[in-house]
Design a protein around this ligand. Structure first.
Ligand code: PMP
Length: 364
């Protein structure tokens, strides 16, 4: 069917906030950025108030400082933090900072992981094993391809071997502590520990992409592990539904951006970096995320997971669902999904039909 709407003008207030959901629709809430659902009253009020004061200033603003303070308190690994306009930009700048700090050029990422659409992130994103390690985009240079090293998710021994093999050239390893794209599969502690050890042995920085996983706990997924990353990338919920990203970490690495003594080693100007509308929406969101709210979100996730398990038990029903503590996803395959390789091979035609069907039902 081609009845699906190509544009949306309004959204109902689904689904996970402090209020009762007013809509029956399940929603990805703008690719998981709206943790409180659409049109949260406090976020709307904060945006309205800021619009009265001005929508964009070149100077730093108070809400920017307040949001940075809130995030650095929640994630102790963030000694310094900078805002961008997207997760993509935050990842790109974290990678550049790692190259500047180490003087090395290569970056390792886990096979199939999504880290946005910058050049380096656009390699090995597909879930088709026949295309593993290939660019997911045209227009990348051979140098970019050459600079990317791919490691298998949750394979500690292989990851360690690859990092050691390329260590002399390896500036950073970037990884999601819970890999969203293959269905929110949590990293095994031993895998992250192996990455940390191997990186330390090679003077390579370890970067956690928490753009998506920050929604799982106040301190992000990193609060569940004993591994402390050198750098982290954030995005999505921290902007309360406005365009946002952030990156930060060790003060000595972030010193490259410091402009207080003159031209910084890495210039990071940006017309809308730390934009006050975004910062107000982010603050109004993050301040509501008490431990009780995280619990409520998790309870709703449990309800969903319970229902999925019941459906999966029905005859003729073919899908696998993976779940971390706070997020879950379905893959249209009858094999269990625990790694990138096992996530591939889902029924793509069925996935497209389901996608259009949900769109037709007003679920997006
Ligand atoms: N990293 C991860 C893990 C993401 O999920 C995303 C967005 N889906 C990004 C980076 C890129 O963020 P953005 O879409 O804001 O550029």
């Amino acid at each position: 069917s081609s009845r699906f709407p190509s544009t949306l003008s309004t959204a109902r207030a689904a689904c996970c906030g402090t209020r009762t959901a007013t809509s029956a629709s399940i929603s990805t809430t703008n690719a998981t950025s709206l943790i409180l659902g659409h049109r949260d009253p406090q976020v709307t009020a904060a945006l309205q108030a800021q619009a009265e004061k001005g929508t964009a200033f070149a100077n730093p603003t108070e809400p920017e400082v307040e949001l940075a303070s809130l995030l650095t308190a929640a994630l102790p690994s963030l000694q310094r933090l900078r805002f961008t306009n997207s997760g993509t930009e935050g990842v790109a700048l974290a990678l550049r900072a790692a190259r500047a700090f180490t003087g090395k050029s290569k970056i390792a990422k886990t096979e199939g992981a999504y880290h946005g659409t910058s050049d380096h992130a656009s390699i090995s994103v597909t879930l088709r094993v026949s295309e593993a390690g290939m660019p997911s985009s045209q227009g990348l240079t051979a140098k970019t391809l050459d600079d990317m090293i791919i490691i298998p998710f949750n394979d500690a021994a292989a990851a360690r071997r690859i990092i050691e093999q390329h260590g002399d050239d390896l500036a950073a390893v970037i990884v999601e502590p819970v890999m969203a794209g293959i269905g929110y599969v949590p990293a095994e502690a031993a895998f992250l520990e192996a990455l940390r050890e191997a990186c330390d042995g090679q003077r390579t920085l370890l970067i956690f992409d928490e753009v998506q996983t920050l929604r799982m706990a106040p301190g992000g997924a990193q609060q569940w592990y004993d591994v402390v990353p050198d750098m982290s990338c954030l995005g999505k919920i921290i902007g309360g539904g406005m365009p946002v990203g952030a990156f930060g970490g060790r003060a000595d690495v972030m010193a490259a951006f410091d402009a207080t003594e003159g031209a910084p080693a890495i210039p990071h100007g940006g017309t809308f970096n730390g934009n006050p509308m975004t910062m107000q929406a982010g603050l109004a969101t993050m301040r509501q995320l008490t431990p009780e709210v995280y619990e409520r979100i998790n309870e709703r996730g449990e309800t969903l997971r319970h229902q999925l398990r019941k459906w999966r038990a029905a005859p003729g029903c073919r899908f696998a669902s993976a779940a971390s503590r706070r997020s879950s996803a379905c893959k249209l395959t009858d094999r269990p999904v625990t790694t990138y390789r096992s996530a591939q091979g889902q029924d793509e035609a069925l996935r497209q039909k389901l996608f259009l069907h949900l769109l037709n039902e007003g679920i997006t």
